[in-house]
Design a protein around this ligand. Structure first.
Ligand SMILES: [Mn+2]
Length: 343
């Protein structure tokens, strides 16, 4: 990926002159936002900067082992410390998003901060948020973007350490679902190879991310696949609703639904999968696809969301899971005809 040298120089200057810096991930950060942010944070600390590592809200328990988790200041847990860090910062790094709204409840704090904002991201429909925006949709992850930027800064070889590498490797590994998607460019593997040279334990990271769930979550998964999954062969799509009742029965915790939406894609003929998760006053959607089924478009057009072509999210307020699925069934025929080029 090409990075404009003028922007790179500006980022170097901003870092050099900044006294305090904050690094902020997105709402319910995933491995990529946590890893990319943790890498920027550690790199800047290695430079001797005063840095805060901030997250708006809870992350999946499968990420609780990550290297800088103990240093995170969470908006939902400690608003004062979070606001202090953002308000005092001269510079804020936004990792894995390009719209301030992606920081959820922390949006206003971010927007009100007078700091210079540097956005490092890989999501489409890049907004104009941020003073310096490096957003490249062709790469695997924000962590890959972070690597490309950090490795070109002055004395990078001194500041990229094993912890930076672990963070970035986790981000790339999780966003590519262990190098199964968004990872066809040789460069992604070249970066992974460079990171491995720092002596990180790849198998341990894989195990930490994938073998760290509860028994209840596995039983919930079995229940969803057996009793709740619907397949619509005529639309090459599968969907399921995780109702509040189901969540109560299986003692649902944040992060338990992670990866669930991907499972139906392993069925022959299923190109897209939608998981509806009922919340108290809204329904959250996760959408995944293979081939050219554009779930980013589906989420943007009909479900107040977006993301990537093959991985997106959405949200419907004040609605039941049942009503949300009815909406999907209503918009599918036209959307599918468009996908198949029949329109
Ligand atoms: Mn990402």
């Amino acid at each position: 990926m090409k990075i404009d040298t003028t922007i790179l120089q500006s980022i170097q200057n901003e870092i050099d002159k900044a006294k305090k810096i904050a690094v902020l991930g997105h709402h319910h950060p995933d491995g990529d936002s946590m890893g990319g942010s943790g890498a920027v944070y550690t790199f800047l600390k290695n430079m001797g900067k005063e840095v805060g590592l901030l997250m708006p809200s809870q992350f999946s328990p499968s990420l609780a082992w990550m290297p800088n988790v103990g240093e995170i200041i969470r908006y939902d847990l400690d608003k004062n410390a979070f606001e202090k860090s953002i308000n005092e910062a001269d510079l804020v790094f936004c990792v894995d998003y390009n719209e301030a709204g992606r920081t959820g409840a922390a949006e206003a704090v971010l927007k009100n901060s007078p700091a210079t904002k540097i956005v490092l991201d890989h999501h489409p429909n890049s907004g104009s948020y941020g003073n310096y925006i490096i957003c490249e949709t062709s790469v695997s992850s924000a962590s890959e973007v972070v690597y490309e930027v950090l490795s070109k800064l002055n004395n990078a070889e001194k500041y990229i350490c094993k912890t930076v590498a672990e963070n970035l490797f986790t981000g790339i590994m999780t966003d590519t679902i262990c190098f199964s998607v968004n990872s066809s460019r040789p460069r992604t593997f070249e970066i992974a190879a460079k990171l491995l040279k720092f002596g990180l334990d790849k198998d341990k990271i894989y195990g930490n991310v994938n073998f760290n769930f509860s028994e209840q979550r596995m039983r919930l998964m079995g229940f969803i696949l057996d009793s709740k999954m619907n397949i619509l062969p005529e639309y090459n799509l599968a969907y399921a609703v995780l109702s509040l009742k189901d969540q109560e029965k299986y003692n649902y915790k944040h992060g338990d639904a992670e990866g669930l939406v991907n499972l139906p894609l392993s069925i022959k003929g299923v190109d897209a999968s939608v998981l509806f998760i009922e919340k108290e006053d809204y329904v959250k959607l996760s959408l995944r696809s293979t081939n050219d089924f554009d779930v980013n478009k589906l989420a943007r057009l009909h479900f107040n969301g977006g993301g990537h072509q093959r991985a997106a999210g959405g949200k419907l307020d004040d609605i039941s899971g049942e009503a949300a699925t009815a909406l999907l069934l209503k918009v599918l025929p036209d959307f599918y005809a468009d996908y198949k080029g029949q329109k």
